[in-house]
Design a protein around this ligand. Structure first.
Ligand SMILES: [Zn+2]
Length: 293
């Protein structure tokens, strides 16, 4: 549906070609294997120096980028995505990875992102999704919500597009350095993450990025800051050098299960279900957002 006026789009045209909303005139396009409903600008991508480096690495490495990040990055953990996806029949049920970047957990998962990477099926602004109410069975949101200006608004969109009984898997960072992609706004504690999904039935929350990961990330940044004597150029050069400490993260194989791990955890994973009795999105919107009525 049209992400601007929420009218159903009847698209019988052959790809590639334009898509035009008959009500508001908003336009989108489709190629042989992707839809484009706007998204983020290149200027935003280049605003932050590290994000600019990462964006170029993403374009060059494609699907290998998430593996490189896993190997070189400071975060160790398992947020349980493989098990979560195993709960869906991906031949029949629509599961979307919102903010997929160059990740692809399964060829049948629809990859949605603000940028048109090669693996992305649908490029769009994440705060206003071109999906009909109650049309999706599953949503993945992995380390994405800290990058949208208003996480609660985005969670409302996830709630709207999910079918009653549909499920969401979300990873949200807690102790993590600033990392624009292309922006970075928020961190949440474990109770804060549960509260963010208050309209859902929360099925589980776990520490998915361990306490050592939180420490290593901040230690790496501290070393680059302390060792660069006020020079931003030296700081930028030192950041990749500090990655030699990243293997310390594997201590989290032991520490991630500690009862107090959440106190300085690098991040949390939440699984939640949209209640079966949830009122239709349009009614909810009137109840929860009187200012838009
Ligand atoms: Zn429209």
């Amino acid at each position: 549906m049209c992400p601007k006026c929420r009218t159903a789009i009847e698209d019988g045209a052959e790809a590639p070609g334009p898509i035009v909303c008959r009500r508001c005139g908003a336009t989108a396009s489709r190629s042989a294997d992707a839809f484009e409903f706007g998204g983020l600008t290149e200027a935003e991508e280049q605003e932050d120096w590290l994000n600019d480096v990462k964006a170029r690495a993403k374009r060059r490495l494609g699907r290998l980028y998430p593996l490189a990040l896993e190997a070189l990055g400071p975060v160790y953990g398992d947020s349980g995505i493989t098990r979560f996806l195993a709960g869906f029949d991906l031949d029949r049920e629509l599961v979307c990875d919102l903010g997929a970047g160059t990740r692809s957990y399964d060829d049948k998962v629809v990859c949605v992102d603000g940028y048109g990477y090669q693996t992305v099926h649908l490029r769009t602004d994440l705060t206003s999704l071109p999906f009909a109410d109650g049309s999706i069975s599953g949503v993945l949101s992995e380390a994405v919500l800290e990058h949208v200006p208003d996480p609660a608004k985005h969670v409302d969109e996830i709630f709207r597009v999910l079918k009653p009984g549909g499920r969401v898997h979300c990873y949200f960072p807690f102790i993590a350095g600033f990392h624009a992609s292309p922006h970075d706004y928020t961190r949440l504690t474990l109770p804060g993450l549960r509260r963010l999904f208050h309209r859902f039935d929360v099925d589980s929350t776990i520490v998915a990025g361990g306490p050592t990961s939180g420490l290593v990330w901040t230690l790496q940044e501290w070393l680059a800051i302390a060792g660069s004597f006020g020079s931003e150029r030296l700081y930028r050069a030192l950041v990749p050098v500090t990655w030699v400490l990243s293997p310390l993260k594997y201590l989290d194989a032991l520490l991630i299960r500690h009862p107090a791990a959440h106190v300085i955890a690098s991040g949390f994973a939440l699984e939640a279900t949209k209640p079966l009795g949830a009122a239709p999105a349009s009614v909810e919107a009137r109840v929860h957002a009187p200012e838009s009525a």
